[in-house]
Design a binder for this molecule. Structure first.
Ligand code: URA
Length: 433
């Protein structure tokens, strides 16, 4: 069938068959379908959605557009985790060694930050010497021996997604559930883990603004994962405020080390334990409750921290940072942001904190731009806390006084103080699959 007819059918809400969808993905990836036609089809998908069958066909065709990893050399059940992106989300740094210390296998490929959201690879690269590009056999050998490795996406994984995402970015077609679902799941499926745990976020710093929208995306993603033969589960989690106390690359590594040392009792630690428990239970290590207890034990015993040190050393990094976090890059200038009135901290808008970090150089505005590993924002008070005028709410860290002053204005605008204590919102609002 001609692309013109396929666009018209999706525009009129008629379902396409698997072969038609595959022909669209293959034709576009090969350069045979022009961008204006693909953009029109993507817009029709945005407006009318796709059925579960169509979304699965789209995901599988995108997965098959490039390489698919073979993880069988690891010799055990493998488990991957994906977060739909957030501010201050350093959970992978904690969870990969935590799950490995409990006997799981975590072969993880992560991304760099783009725009106001951070990327795990940038965080890890703030550790002196740490390499995120390992040859495939070294990656697999490390996962077999240590239980975890986190590297940057390499090879030609889901090239159709790369091309489609670039076009979606230019044509206001990013925020569509079937398109986000197929984009993320095509890459996850190409990575080849047996089990996939999804952390689908909602809130000011996320694609999905409400728990209901996030649950809908989570349902679509778990359904596609399961139809593709994977064990798949999703947690729906809050991203209205940044996760934990630090936003920024080296600052987040330092916070992850504090969690792995058992020195943090923030809700973020609980979230890490919950995510780890689900990853372990998906991959045959017991019920979520048993796995939660096991994860708690390896955190307090120091085994998870030791696993993190071994992972850093195996990837060429300075493993001494786990004992001496002061060896991580630090910003030269800091500036405190103070409460302008008495009351309760009502909200800390995560998108604004992310944008402040971007301005400080902690993130990048273009694909290959450099970043400042020491820059970021430290949160000193949390939503729900009582504050007095003049209390320090946040500290901005940057390479110049001027950058800190500009970011401080943005951070000041991100916080809201009011008279009523806001109701506490649970970090995890749903489990799907
Ligand atoms: N992340 C992705 O990889 N793709 C999307 O479409 C949205 C978020």
């Amino acid at each position: 069938m001609q692309m013109y007819d396929l666009i018209a059918r999706t525009r009129h809400g008629e379902a396409l068959c698997d072969a038609d969808i595959r022909s669209i993905v293959e034709g576009f990836t090969a350069g045979e379908i022009p961008e204006y036609m693909m953009a029109a089809w993507l817009m029709a998908v945005c407006c009318n959605g796709l059925t579960a069958q169509e979304t699965t066909a789209l995901t599988l065709a995108m997965r098959d557009s490039g390489d698919c990893l073979d993880l069988s050399a690891i010799g055990g059940v493998t488990v991957d985790k994906h977060s739909t992106g957030g501010i201050g989300d350093k959970t992978t740094l904690v969870i990969a060694p935590l799950v490995a210390a409990c006997g799981g296998y975590v072969p993880k490929m992560s991304g760099r930050g783009l725009g106001f959201t951070g990327g795990t690879i940038d965080k890890l690269e703030s550790i002196p010497g740490f390499s995120t590009s390992l040859a495939p056999d070294r990656f697999l050998t490390q996962v077999r021996s240590i239980g975890c490795s986190v590297i940057a996406q390499s090879g030609d994984l889901a090239p159709a997604d790369k091309k489609m995402y670039a076009l979606r970015n230019l044509t206001a077609t990013v925020d569509s559930i079937p398109l986000i679902c197929s984009s993320i799941m095509s890459k996850k499926l190409a990575l080849g883990a047996d089990c996939i745990l999804l952390d689908v976020k909602y809130g000011t710093g996320a694609f999905m603004k409400t728990p209901q929208e996030a649950a809908e995306l989570a349902r679509a993603m778990t359904q596609v994962g399961q139809l593709a033969g994977k064990r798949c589960r999703a947690l729906v989690t809050d991203m209205n405020a940044p996760l934990g106390t630090c936003v920024g690359n080296a600052l987040e590594v330092e916070e992850a080390i504090r969690i792995l040392r058992g020195e943090s009792d923030l809700p973020l630690t609980e979230l890490c334990l919950t995510l780890a428990a689900h990853m372990l239970s998906l991959s045959d290590h017991g019920t979520p409750e048993e796995c939660r207890s096991k994860a708690g034990r390896v955190l307090t015993s120091g085994e998870a921290l030791e696993r993190f040190s071994r992972m850093i050393a195996a990837q060429g990094g300075d493993a001494g940072v786990t004992e001496h976090p002061e060896r991580l890059p630090r910003a030269q200038y800091t500036l405190d942001v103070r409460a302008a009135s008495d009351g309760f901290l009502q909200s800390v808008r995560s998108e604004e904190i992310g944008l402040a970090c971007l301005g400080l150089g902690a993130g990048r505005t273009a694909d290959h731009a450099g970043i400042d590993p020491g820059a970021g924002v430290i949160l000193r008070r949390f939503v729900g806390d009582a504050v007095r005028t003049g209390d320090v709410l946040c500290t901005v860290c940057g390479s110049t006084q001027t950058l800190c002053e500009t970011a401080a204005v943005r951070v000041q605008n991100a916080v809201r103080i009011g008279e009523e204590q806001p109701e506490a919102v649970p970090l995890v609002s749903g489990i799907i699959g």
